[in-house]
Design a protein around this ligand. Sequence first.
Ligand code: CA
Length: 630
Amino acid sequence: MNIEDYREFCLSLGDDIEEKLPFGKFKSGEGVLVFYVCGHMFSFFECNDFHVISLKCQPDRIGELKAQYDCVGNPYNESPKHWIGIDPTTAPDHLLKELTLNSYEIVRAKYKSKWASANMNKSRFWLTLFALSTLPAAAQQRPNILFIMCDDMGYGDLSCYGQRHFTTPNIDRLAQQGMRMTSAYAGSPVSAPSRASLMTGQHTGHTHVRGNKEYWHGQVKYGLNQDFAVVGQEPYDEAQPILPEILKAAGYRTGLFGKWAGGYEGSPSTPDKRGIDEFYGYICQFQAHLYFPNFLNRFSRSMGDTCVVREVLEQNVLHEMFGDDYANRQQYSADLIHQRALEWLRHQEKDNPFLGIFTYTLPHAELRQPDDSLLQAFRGKLLPERAYCGDKPSRYNPTSEAHAQFAAMITRLDVQVGEIMQLLEERGLADNTVLIFTSDNGPHEEGGADPEYFNHDGMFRGLKRSTHEGGIRIPFIVRWPGHVQAGSESDLPFAFYDLLPTFCDIAQIRRIPQYGLTMKKGRLISLLTSHLSSLDGISILPTLIAKGHQRKHDHLYWEFHETDMLGVRYGNWKLVVKHGKPSLYDLDIDPHEDHDLADKHPGLVRKLVKKIYDDHTDSPLFPVTLPPKD
Ligand SMILES: [Ca+2]
């Protein structure tokens, strides 16, 4: 049946629909799936040799949806023999209700009794339907996912990645118990777009948030201090489902502790509106410049919050937010956030899987922390020390001991990771939890930080904000007892946009009806026309568990407007473009990207430039200069 015949057939269905639908051919145990696309509901009955689709949308969309199905390939049966559409504007109501019931058995039973009218609350009905359609049949609990992502930690800042000035025993232990990945890349060389890539499964040539666009409005007074009444960053596109929404739809409990940076207060994209059950931390990454801030943000379903609120840190606001008096502030955000994350973890149960996104802000600038044993252990040890006089507009307070502060901050983070590992053990959750540790971008030199000193072997060129390796190559460790081989390593090149399909794979999610998404060959595929080509990730689960075929990217892609830089990794080759000028490096022999080979390989440069044009979509908010086409 071609699309025109199909459309005609759909439109012709009316009261005689029952005779036209061959329900008698349904076989026991065959599945029914429900999709929700752009506010339109349609359901999908899967059988051996035919399909029934009911569409709750305008009649002229039926053929379009059929075409989309053909375009992406039917995820359940590669060659369906028949397609039958039902136009809801002409089909009887009671039939539509029956058609969207989740069980074929129910459909058949009802059909036999001449479609007895169902009398049920519609919203409750859809909810039940979603829950049933997303849960896998397997009885065994799906794995928990705990993703710890720190802030601005460089590739060489852990002892298991070569750090020599201090050690990170807990994170090293995590690597010994799992896999250490050596070609992992952030989504972007800065915070907000790196998170956007993780959240949306898109690279920065596609995803909406590609930079640190700030929203600071109004004024409010906290004790002695003026602060902004509204803070945050550019919101995620509302039409693009994000990681916590997708896992929540599949029955996962979701918690995010740390930095959000995916929308401003009151915007359509705050944790409460984007699939997070419990949130504590900084909505705004600029606020996170202060480690002893005036307030933190909170959204807690368990505490009865109906939106994101500010929790004023009453002791902190008694003191100035810059200068000598700042030292009298005692409420340290990194510790407060960690305690709240542990509390959430303590409430997780074995019978319900969870997704924890711990976006801790350590060791991001500024270089300040409580003067406790962790800091004292490094005082006077990392000489020559470095002093920093502070930067009031950027909210970086001064320090006289930048080296000791930095080493102690990473040590503090390491201790916190150790506490998380211990709690998972105590709660009996360690074996069924995929625990990941990584960083959101390369090291910075703001707030007094001295990456030159700590990474003096200079493995990679460039810092935060650069698409050279130093800005985007990050440590990445995965532990999953019994699944990921202890002490293993992988040099598979991958980027944050691969994590959304990876997590769906781990969570055994095959279809996400609410968002019109399905997993196919390691990729998330959207049934929405406008998003067909914009989900960029490939699941890396086969590499993690050393099972199955690992599909690989042709290349990886980044762009960043602030420094006007682009990056393409293609096998051992790396193309870096700055202000439209391409440079080419061979990472196998030149990982530090010192020797530009663009003049020697013009054909390869042209080929990689073409990939940029394929990957890049224009963004008025975050413009970049593309290299000349030839
Ligand atoms: Ca960052």
